[in-house]
Design a protein around this ligand. Sequence first.
Ligand SMILES: C[S@@+](CC[C@H](N)C(=O)[O-])C[C@H]1O[C@@H](n2cnc3c(N)ncnc32)[C@H](O)[C@@H]1O
Length: 316
Amino acid sequence: MPPFKRQLQEKLKHALSASELELVPSSFQRLGHIAIVRLKQELVPKKEYVGEAVLAIVPGVKTVCLNTKKIETEFRQPNIEFLVGENNLVVVHREHECIFRFDVTKLMWSMGNMNERKRMYEMVKPGEVAVDFFAGMGYWSIPIAKHAQPGHVYAIDANPDAIDALRENQKLNKIPKEKMTVIQGKCEEVAPTLGHIADRIIMGYLPAPTFALTAAFHTFKPRGGTLHYEGVCEEGKYDELLQDVRDQGTSLGWNAELLHAQPVKSMAPRKWHYVLDIKVTPLDWDEGSMGKIRKEKESKQKIRARESHTSAVPAQ
Ligand SMILES: C[S@@+](CC[C@H](N)C(=O)[O-])C[C@H]1O[C@@H](n2cnc3c(N)ncnc32)[C@H](O)[C@@H]1O
């Protein structure tokens, strides 16, 4: 039995029945001074007892909250309820030498993505332009801007609360404006207005951000780049996610080649969260001659357009 569960049971042995003691949680999520627990339905009437016990057991915890149900809204706000302790729900969470300040009742944080956040910033090459499509309070953008040496990071989110936190976290992490631009709006509308700027696009939105793929393809540089496409699928069946990217890409003139499929965390029995690292290149791109074929095609198109324009002009 995990030590946390044993400690809880010991602390609660006079407050809960034997069957209730069996149901106490075996883990919790820690964000700064806050511990967040999930409880089985039968234990919810005893939530304050459990909260007080967590407060007493875990060193440094000043506030205990209850995670009441799954995240379902468009902006992915968590369902967090204050239980006991200090009523301060704004957390200062540190990870990979970055600081993230946010209200745990307004913005979500996934502990399961911790290694992935490191893998991501380690992949970014010096000078690259990265566009973070669902930036939240900066889970990817802040570590990339802080640890990699990107040319620029564009962090886009539709939720005003996420934007406020992003701007604050940019300041807290001393990331200059020349390195990172925060943009409020729907990425499928905003990203294409940036032009063809991206070497790397991060699309972190579950169950899968298929709806924003067209915008992503429009935002890549003419030679393409790397797409990090997140999604949920059955264990090992990430080909379905890749196929969505390929279908959209082909219809827009892009090739999508899988470089790596990274399992991130289990979401439900046999359901996994994956990140697919995908190399995106124009269908007619010739690496060796730096896009020679595409250039030739474009110049042929220009000649044809000029010819048809000339022939449409009536003879004087
Ligand atoms: C679950 S968070 C993702 C956080 C982070 N990117 C990750 O992968 O861990 C999803 C974020 O997407 C934002 N969002 C939802 N729809 C959006 C849209 N159409 N355009 C931009 N942001 C959107 C939400 O506000 C939320 O902050």
